[in-house]
Write a protein that binds this ligand. Sequence first.
Ligand code: FPP
Ligand code: K
Length: 465
Amino acid sequence: MASVAPAAGIPSLYTADPPIWDLLETPTSHVQDNTVDECRPFLSADIPDVQYNAHGVAHLDKPKHAAFLRKHLEKLPGAYMTADASRPWIFYWCLNGLRLLDQDVSPFREKLVDTARSMQNESGGFGGGFGQRSHLATTYALVLALALVGGDEAREVIDRRAMWKWLSSLKQADGAFQMSLDGEVDVRGAYCATVIVTLLNLPMDVWHESPAAKAGLPDLFTGLADYVRRCQTYEGGISGKPDAEAHGAYAFCALGCLAILESPSQSFTKHLDVPRLMSWLSSRQYAPEGGFSGRTNKLVDGCYSHWVGACWPLIEASLQSIPVETGPPESATSLDLYDREGLIRYILCCGQDQSRRGGMRDKPSRPSDAYHTCYVLSGLSSAQHVSVSTLMATKTSSRQAPAADIISQDFGGDSGAIGWEVFPHCPEDQVFDEQDRVSPIDPVYTIPIRERADFISYFRAKSGF
Ligand code: FPP
Ligand code: K
């Protein structure tokens, strides 16, 4: 590999050869070396026509990325036909990205409401399109998209009673969730279900006619934490299902689920080997690239800025316990468990398509798309902010409480205090300019804090369906 002299203001960690370099040559090591070579000029502020700041970090081209996302909310060309079952995802990726860029998305409300109605099934949940069977992933994405456009009309699209019956039917005897009726069971289901149940303030009890009720499961969250525990692997990371390979996207789903079930300071230590998990998560960040990989011996990819990046505020919350009496804090300090500077450099220097096309990407050799634009911007948000779990201040363990009370007790009150307080992270050696900061995101619900709070308050004010 050729070494490039670091430009002024750029630490050599982000431009020199890797500090740790495995000398065994394999096809895997070759693609890794090629990736370093591919990223190096971008990290060295060496790309013509790109505007860099004094730290050698590219500016975030907010207007261009917003235009890229808006385009994906219009009629898409024929090549997108294979993504037909993922339309709710496209809505979520684009709307979330636009909100992170502080764009008004309410003009999309009416069209989204119409489209969402056509995707909802009477038997509960949302499919990928009209006539498609309900799936937990598309339901999760569509519920978040409705939260993003906001407004009562969008909220009232959701048939909560049918949703609750359907979720009950997906509940397995071991506590886990199927992604669809007769579909696969994995940790995405655990995460999507806990998000949907708590966002929509659904009853905890399982519908009496569901197989889970017949198997004697008292509530929708029974056995979930234990299922997640079984997904932690020998590496310390978390896999999609027990006895599979640890992967960053599943690690996020696992931690997000546990963080909803109970405050991270309780649930993580109870159900996971946290030091091993931290060791595996730390191994996801590479130098010189600065970005994260999803699994051992694989390459950095901008989307893991979210999947792995959002694990860090949850881990931080599990290590910092705020006394219940203190109430929501006014500021927060980061434990700095990963290298925020490295991630921000990767995102802004390697993750942006700087051509007229715009959008964010996996790595410089990959084309930008809506998925990466959403998750790279989400990762940027968590790298630019510090989160504090307010559950720690408002929530005590209440697994024994009667089902109906779990929601009002754990997630109750009108303060919108569920979840997270998020503060700007402003270190002395901040490498990005203020103009390049994006909106604060909720590290568990993966939508901006305000939209999450508004959506939850609306459903908490309802009693019954
Ligand atoms: C590997 O892809 C990717 C996976 C095994 C997991 C994909 C899962 C998600 C993106 C998240 C799902 C989350 C929800 C909330 C439904 P790869 O082999 O192409 O990539 P890699 O080489 O980086 O591992
Ligand atoms: K990949």
